[in-house]
Design a protein around this ligand. Structure first.
Ligand code: ATP
Ligand code: MG
Ligand code: FE
Length: 355
């Protein structure tokens, strides 16, 4: 089944052709440079950019893959969570194509897609514990099959990615800051006592990262020299000053150890043998290393997507769309966008079962 994935939930305009879980071609326009001067994504600007870029990207996708529009058999589109205006642009494009090409449409939960992204590279075995760490979410799931998810715990305030980005902002590093903190952390040894490991005294599988951010802001107040003068001059390849590197390493360690501790508890509580680490923050070097170590010490199989499948991409949307289609799950043209903060049912009630 040749499937088109459409991802416009935030600031990446991405299209991909996937055939039975195999990536044929991907095209993507990242708006990061447009938003970075504002220190974050400007929603209306992001929607306009999606509208501007989708059509040329679609033509370039067909050209690069040497396929015709008529070859596509399924349209899979990210329906949320995300920025409402951005999602609406993607949905409009998806519906137009599905209508014009007379092919089925399926709306994909962006978080479901993050967790299923590794299926593009390897077989996922179930049951598994899924740790989703992204820009807007930090959640633990027990995953019984590719379409059955049980939420075990989630962040009560900031997401891990948000904590990285807000920390970077406080240090006046460019947006999005996760990558900068990751790179700069490699220049120093972390101080394990510099920052707290938030919410570990709470026995639940929930997270809370806002206290960590406050600890960092307090640390910066005492050491104002850490705040960078001009973020526009900084690239991920810049060499940080040793004290900045030490703060980045210590902050990264605090996030990594907090995630590990809750992941370990989730695995013990569920007794599963498989772990999926997914979402943009799963691209973080220290978090990857620590998760690999933890899983090997516990004798678990770790399913870890490669870096480009961690951050937002359209292949994961197409892949997840194929999973749904294989279960006979499709949407009609009334499919609606679900913005951040509103729940998308993980059991896919509301989906039409055509099977
Ligand atoms: P969501 O998926 O929750 O809707 P999103 O789509 O904006 O949010 P992703 O694209 O999955 O989020 O991930 C982006 C986040 O990942 C950003 O917060 C970014 O800083 C973070 N991130 C990306 N690379 C790294 C890295 N190497 N280290 C830490 N964080 C990173
Ligand atoms: Mg993004
Ligand atoms: Fe995402």
């Amino acid at each position: 089944m040749l499937s088109l994935g459409i991802e416009t939930s935030c600031d990446e305009t991405a299209l991909a052709l996937v055939d039975e879980g195999r990536i044929l071609q991907e095209v993507m326009f990242s708006q990061v440079d447009k938003h970075s001067i504002f220190g974050g994504v400007v929603p209306e600007m992001a929607s306009r950019e999606h509208l501007r870029k989708l059509q040329p990207l679609w033509h370039s996708l067909l050209k690069k893959s040497e396929r015709r529009a008529g070859d596509v058999e399924l349209i899979a589109v990210a329906r949320g969570p995300g920025l409402l205006g951005c999602l609406l642009v993607g949905l409009g494009f998806a519906k137009g194509l599905a209508m014009g090409l007379k092919i089925p449409l399926v709306g994909v939960n962006h978080l479901h897609a993050h967790l299923m992204a590794p299926a593009l590279e390897q077989e996922i075995e179930f049951p598994a514990v899924g740790l989703l760490v992204s820009g807007g979410h930090t959640s633990l799931y027990k995953i019984d099959s590719s379409i059955e998810f049980e939420l075990l715990g989630r962040t009560l305030d900031d997401a891990a990615g948000e904590a990285f980005d807000k920390t970077a902002r406080a240090l006046n590093l460019p947006y999005p800051g996760g990558v900068y903190i990751d790179r700069f952390a490699s220049f120093a040894e972390p101080d394990p006592d510099m920052f707290p490991r938030p919410y570990l005294d709470n026995p639940s599988l929930d997270f809370s990262f806002s206290g960590l951010k406050t600890a960092l802001v307090n640390h910066i107040r005492k050491h104002p020299g850490l705040v960078q003068e001009n973020p526009l001059e900084i690239t991920p390849d810049s060499t940080p000053d040793p004290e900045l590197a030490r703060v980045c390493a210590s902050f990264n360690l605090a996030v990594a150890e907090t995630l590990q501790a809750k992941l370990q508890r989730a695995v013990s509580a569920t007794g599963v043998q498989n772990v999926i680490l997914a979402g943009g923050v799963a691209a973080n070097s220290m978090i990857r290393q620590k998760t690999i170590k933890l899983c090997s010490s516990m004798g678990l199989r770790l399913i870890l997507p490669s870096l480009n499948l961690c951050t937002d991409n359209a292949s994961m949307i197409a892949c997840c769309g194929e999973i749904l289609a294989r279960h006979g799950l499709y949407h009609d043209l009334e499919l609606e966008a679900v913005p951040r903060g509103r729940k998308i049912p993980w059991d896919y009630c509301g989906l039409k079962n055509s099977g």
